[in-house]
Design a protein around this ligand. Structure first.
Ligand code: CO
Length: 136
């Protein structure tokens, strides 16, 4: 049976990376390893590892994406948590069978061969949940 292994990352939506790094990096003392531009998601992401997980600060780079609209509407804040699973196809099928709302018809292929899918907040107590299966 498909299993959740760990929290891979927690994503926080921000309007300005430097401004918000002043808390996560400068005040809290986390190391910021890299900032990656992700044109496919119209965003830039700053990565701050914490133990075996990461905090990701996500900043929209255009004003026409879903992320940008959410930022406009609600301001910076928690965006989603991502759980690593060992078998995303199996997990996806099980969630579907249990009537959990998913944001796509099947898991998608992302950067670096990782497969991912999102669970609708309506099915997860108001929290957007991402699932990852990392390449072996
Ligand atoms: Co994510």
């Amino acid at each position: 049976m498909a299993k959740v292994k760990r929290i891979d990352h927690v994503a926080i939506l921000v309007d300005d990376l430097e401004k918000h790094l002043s808390f996560w990096r400068d005040a809290l003392g986390l190391e910021m390893t890299q900032i990656v531009d992700v044109p496919a998601e119209k965003s830039a992401v700053a990565f701050l590892p914490v133990g075996g997980s990461e905090i990701e600060l996500v900043k929209p780079t255009t004003d026409d994406s879903g992320l940008a609209r959410q930022l406009e509407k609600r301001g910076p804040g928690m965006h989603h948590i991502c759980l690593e699973v060992d078998d995303i196809d199996g997990m996806f099928a099980r969630l579907k069978e249990k009537g959990i709302q998913l944001l796509s018809d099947a898991p998608k292929m992302g950067v670096g061969g990782r497969k991912y899918a999102f669970i609708h907040p309506k099915s997860a107590n108001g929290v957007l949940v991402e699932l990852y299966e990392l390449p072996q």
